[in-house]
Design a protein around this ligand. Structure first.
Ligand SMILES: Nc1nc2c(ncn2[C@@H]2O[C@@H]3COP(=O)(O)O[C@H]4[C@@H](O)[C@H](n5cnc6c(=O)[nH]c(N)nc65)O[C@@H]4COP(=O)(O)O[C@H]3[C@H]2O)c(=O)[nH]1
Length: 724
């Protein structure tokens, strides 16, 4: 049987194709018949020329050639064959037996040499042996080719993987790593192989990585997955996040682990793994996480994170018996900046404010943006309230310098309410709420300052809601009353002025004083409406008394900072004055130094406008605020009101007396009128008189009283007032 060839040109199972070449027709036929008899597919070529033609057009596995032929001889056919069909073998069948002819034929590539006349069996055996060898050779080549292809395919698959693919030996050294490691981390596979995998692990993840390798119950069905940071090449600090899936190689599923030997550590592969770059996902997650707990504009913790930290700090303070402080900060005048310069400037201002505030704090403190222009601050583990006071002062000072927003220079102040744990509350909500209440007490008294929460400020949240609802009703039902406290000239006991002071005739709780409801009115922005009602009533009452014979009677009114800061303050106040036909020269508005200093430029402009229209300006609580004397001569001020605390201090020690003395002297020097507040005793009155301060107000002459009582007093004592 003729051997089957595995030549890729033929499908397996085909017999060998043999070209027989001789110029001897008889011999040609004999050879062909002999070979056909063994099942070979035989083509006959009569002479070399014909053989070359056939070689050009057909494929052969073997050629049996005569050497000596007329025209084209056997050597030339062999040369042609080597050129056109190099895979085709050749056996020389020739009468030529010289050594040179044989060796020349073998040099040209002949596989064997059979001398004529040949022994048919010997010839058939030679042909069979050559075709067999060729068949094996071709099969080998074929397998080699397929292996190369398969290897290239797998290399392509592994290297084109979006993930790093690696193998480790039993000690954790890399035996193999695909080329993806270069594009993702910057390492050449060759420089990684042989190194322990911890060399590319971020230091923070080494322990976890090492543990993962030794973790039990891990198999290809149950691989180990963990997220780690891997170091990129070059910059040691740059890392990327990877999700690693790894498992030990099961010798049964892949018994060739030894094959990776020499690729790296010299040890055989024991672990297979992939590392997927999840940096973008991690960054997105981190961003989402950040967003959930931070304010994106200032990058400060938000309300949720603040509450979380406060809760934790309270637990720790409770355990260690320490105090902590919660501060509620509200920017003064932020709204004005936002409304006039636009939101973009408002945003820049908030960032700049944050920056300054942060510089006043320590690492463990938490400053958060609570919303809008409100910030909260947690000072965990303070020794005493004094610590919080120092910080509050620092914060106020930090915001006092102007902010440069583009070409605008703006001033903002801050009102800070402070609640100390456990004195001002022992739970999170209570502390925040009480700090908030304390903050509104700062706002109500002219802003830009700090106050500690105290019980007297308190109205619990249920009460607070009731009170707010009641206050709204009070405004609708006209429950507010205006009381008047006389300002008396002590030389002749004449009432020179009346200070309008609001009261609330609460249907159930009786008469309420400003401290009971003004902070809430500020907080709920009802203060505007409240002030309108007070002014209307006061203009009506005092206007009436002026017209009925008390032509010089001065009406002193308190104005809330919110009112004064309103851009249309002057316009709306004057509209009211005119609507009541109230003589502007009889009106004196009382504002505190802090209100002026909050925005010196704007306020002084407004005060100048009012003064030009005849309205008098008084500085209330003089000496307790900024006490920056600088503004006194720049503003159209008519009266200084000496705060009651200094009047009280006159009897308790030298200091109070000295301060009053100095204020009176200064007022005289600047040609300002002076009114001393809170005069209760004869001694105080005598001392004030000795200083030349004749206008006084206080319980000595009487408290604030309803209009009806004042009307009677005014009638009775048209020119003089009898001491109470
Ligand atoms: N211990 C003592 N106190 C005396 C004496 N004489 C007067 N007082 C009280 O001292 C306060 C003086 O008013 P203020 O400093 O302008 O302080 C006022 C003022 O800033 C504010 N306020 C009152 N009414 C209004 C209003 O209609 N609008 C605004 N925005 N604020 C008002 O509330 C504050 C408190 O007002 P009141 O409770 O009426 O308290 C009044 C008055 O009753 C005295 O001899 N001894």
């Amino acid at each position: 049987m003729a051997p089957e060839l595995t030549d890729p040109h033929f499908s397996t199972g085909l017999t060998a194709r043999i070209l027989v070449v001789d110029d001897e027709p008889r011999l040609l036929t004999t050879l062909a018949t002999l070979l056909r008899g063994r099942g070979y597919e035989v083509t006959e070529a009569h002479g070399g020329e014909r053989a070359c033609e056939l070689v050009d057009t057909q494929r052969f596995d073997l050629a049996l050639l005569d050497l000596r032929m007329p025209g084209v001889d056997g050597f030339e056919v062999m040369s042609h064959l080597a050129r056109v069909q190099p895979d085709c073998g050749a056996i020389v069948v020739s009468g030529e037996s010289s050594f040179s002819a044989v060796s020349r034929a073998l040099r040209r590539g002949a596989l064997d040499y059979i001398r004529k006349p040949f022994d048919p069996e010997e010839l058939l055996a030679t042909v069979a042996s050559v075709t067999n060898k060729q068949s094996l050779l071709k099969a080998h080549e074929n397998i080699q080719l397929r292996l190369e292809k398969s290897e290239a395919l797998h290399r392509y698959i592994v290297n084109s993987s979006p993930d790093i693919v690696f193998m480790l030996d039993a000690r954790g050294h890399f035996c193999f790593v695909n080329s993806k490691v270069e594009s993702l981390l910057g390492y050449q596979p060759a420089e990684i192989c042989g190194n322990h995998f911890r060399h590319i692990l971020d230091d923070r993840d080494v322990a976890r990585g090492m543990y993962a390798l030794s973790a039990p119950n891990v198999s290809s069905d149950n691989p180990r997955t963990l997220e780690v940071r891997l170091k990129t090449r070059g910059s040691r600090r740059a890392t990327r996040h990877f999700e690693i899936t790894a498992f030990p190689i099961d010798p049964q599923t892949w018994p060739h682990s030894d094959a990776t030997r020499g690729g790296g550590s010299g040890q055989s592969a024991r672990y297979y793994g992939t590392a997927r770059d999840v940096t973008e996902r991690k960054e997105a997650e981190a961003f989402i996480n950040f967003q959930a707990y931070h304010d994106l504009l200032t990058r400060l913790p938000n309300r949720a994170l603040f509450k979380d930290r406060l809760e934790l700090a309270i637990t720790q303070a409770r355990r260690s018996g320490q105090k902590l402080a919660v501060m509620f900060l509200d920017l003064d005048r932020f709204k004005v900046v936002n409304d006039t310069l636009g939101h973009a400037m408002g945003d820049r201002l908030l960032q700049a404010v944050t920056h300054r505030l942060e510089r006043c704090l320590r690492k463990g403190d938490t400053l958060s943006r609570f919303g809008g222009d409100e910030f909260t601050l947690l000072l965990p583990a303070i020794r005493n309230p004094e610590d919080a006071r120092q910080i509050a002062k620092k914060l106020i000072k930090a915001l006092r310098a102007p902010f440069q927003l583009g070409e605008h220079e703006v001033f903002v102040g801050v009102s800070i309410g402070i609640a100390i744990y456990p004195d001002a509350g022992d739970c999170m909500d209570q502390l925040i709420q009480n700090a908030d209440i304390a903050m509104y007490h700062v706002k109500a008294r002219g802003k830009d300052g700090y106050r500690f929460y105290s019980e007297t400020m308190s109205i619990d949240s249920a009460n607070r809601l009731n009170l707010e609802r009641d206050l709204r009703l009070a405004l609708e039902r006209n429950e507010l009353r205006v009381f008047y406290q006389p300002q008396v000239c002590s030389s002749d006991n004449r009432i020179v002025g009346l200070e309008a002071l609001v009261r609330w005739q609460h249907p159930e709780r009786g008469l309420l004083f400003p401290r009971d409801f003004l902070p809430l009115a500020e907080e709920t922005r009802l203060i505007g409406q409240l002030s309108e009602q007070v002014l209307d009533q006061a203009f009506q009452d005092v206007g009436h008394w002026i017209r009925s014979g008390h032509g010089d009677l001065r009406l002193a009114v308190n104005l809330s900072p919110v009112q004064v800061e309103h851009p249309k303050f002057v316009e709306t106040l004057m509209q009211r004055v005119q609507a009541h036909n109230f003589p502007a020269g009889n009106l004196e508005i009382e504002i505190t130094e802090n209100v002026i200093m909050n925005d010196l430029d704007q306020i002084s402009q407004k005060l100048r406008e009012l003064a030009a229209l005849g309205v008098r300006i008084a500085i209330d609580d003089f000496g307790t605020g900024y006490s920056s004397l600088n503004y006194l001569h720049r503003l159209p001020i008519h009266t200084l009101k000496v705060d009651q605390s200094f009047v009280k201090g006159m009897r308790s020690g030298e200091d109070g007396a000295c301060i009053v003395n100095a204020i009176v002297a200064m007022a005289h020097g600047l040609k300002l009128e002076i009114v001393a507040e809170g005069v209760e005793t004869d001694q105080q009155l005598t001392y004030l008189r000795s200083l030349g301060c004749h206008q006084v107000q206080g319980f000595f002459y009487g408290p604030a009283e309803p209009a009806a009582r004042i009307a009677v007093t005014l009638e009775q004592t048209l020119a003089s007032v009898t001491p109470a």
